[in-house]
Design a protein around this ligand. Structure first.
Ligand SMILES: *Cc1c(COP(=O)(O)O)cnc(C)c1O
Length: 355
């Protein structure tokens, strides 16, 4: 095992970090709720287009420092796409072969990006099959199975060290309500919610953490009844969030509340958000916006003033053929029109109508 190669690899990753700017915190005006300030942490501006740039950097550093990744190692990952894009970028930076194991039906735009960075895509039929297949491929090639779903919560330093939570609090410092009432995020690995939730406690803030969950995901059920063996069939249809099994990186104890969001509401919220901020974001951003808006309406109803921070996880250009396509929505039986109306009414009146 070459220590010089490991040292050089860590330097390369650090240099990428030094060249990168932090992501923006964008205010979203809710005209009907002047006391409630909503902010969107725009993670789509990372070099590889999503919040997974942070995770991929942490996972490579963790694997290198643990002695799990050596010169020439094939790196294999189970992914719904975004993590594989970011990991392919870092694998190429270090000159390592990379294989992504993903469900068939992953966005063509993500597949193209993985291949652009020199990664290979390997498909399985069901979302639940990615784990065993990635492990098998890594064993066969004597490579390293990165396993984001296990290691996301521990590869990131939750105390600070430029993590997403520390960045949010630094960017909120000059705002009218520097300490948000709520932070709203989704869960794929659960790493982001674990990092933010631990940070909120460690820093002694009063900020509460809400996690939104799409259809066919087990996180909500697990949060409610504590059964870690619960599973679901099929994928979530909101790429990046919602899982068919309880992931090891999902830490329920740091979450104050979970909100189930129908998929059609997530797709509708993407459209409403586009009209508010002039940008297209991905499906999980729609889910986040939907949850944040529900909480904003509750705060407004109680006459409560304060800030809510949520995430724009990736950009909409990855989903033009899916969530932004009327044909795709119709084929999936999704009727977004009533949800668009419901969400627009919430923005216009400050009153929330349940789905
Ligand atoms: C991974 C991902 C999430 C969820 O983040 P986790 O830290 O894995 O829970 C949300 N949106 C997108 C687009 C993602 O890729």
């Amino acid at each position: 095992m070459s220590r010089a190669w490991v040292r050089e690899s860590i330097h390369r990753i650090e240099r990428d970090f030094q060249r990168s700017a932090d992501t923006h915190l964008v205010p979203v005006e809710l005209v009907a709720m002047p006391g409630v300030r909503l902010y969107l942490k725009d993670e789509s501006t990372h070099p590889t287009g999503s919040l997974k740039h942070r995770l991929a950097r942490s996972l490579f550093l963790y694997g290198l420092c643990n002695g799990w990744i050596a010169e020439g190692s094939t790196v294999v990952e189970a992914s719904s796409g975004s993590t594989a894009v970011s990991e392919a970028y870092f694998a190429r930076m270090l000159g390592l072969p990379f294989v992504a194991v993903m469900p068939r039906g992953t966005s063509p735009a993500k597949i193209a990006q993985i291949e652009f960075y020199g990664g290979r895509c390997h498909f399985v039929d069901q979302a639940g099959e990615v784990y065993a297949e990635a492990e098998r491929l890594a064993r066969e090639r004597r490579g390293h199975y990165m396993d984001q779903f296990t290691y996301a919560e521990r590869a990131t330093d939750w105390r600070g060290n430029n993590n997403i939570a520390e960045s949010i609090f630094a960017q909120m410092r000059a705002e009218p309500h520097p300490e948000p009432r709520w932070i709203v995020v989704g869960a794929g690995t659960g790493g982001t919610s674990a990092t933010i939730g631990r940070y909120l406690r460690f820093q002694g803030t009063a900020t509460r953490l809400a996690v939104v969950d799409p259809e066919r995901s087990v996180f909500c059920d697990y949060y409610a009844n504590g059964d870690p063996t619960v599973t679901a069939e099929g994928g979530s249809d909101v790429e990046g969030i919602g899982r068919p099994r309880v992931e090891p990186s999902f830490v329920p104890g740091v979450i104050d509340r979970m909100i189930r969001v129908p998929n059609a509401a997530s797709y509708a919220a993407m459209r409403v958000l586009e009209r508010l901020v002039g940008r297209r974001y991905g499906g999980s951003t729609g889910t986040n916006f939907c949850g944040a808006l529900e909480i904003a309406c509750e705060m407004a109803a109680r006459g409560e003033a304060g800030a809510i921070v949520t995430l724009a996880c990736d950009a909409g250009d990855r989903y033009l053929d899916t969530y932004y396509s009327d044909a795709w929505l119709a084929a999936g039986g999704y009727d977004v029109a009533p949800h668009v109306e419901r969400i627009e009414r919430a923005c216009a009146t400050g009153r929330w109508t349940p789905a």
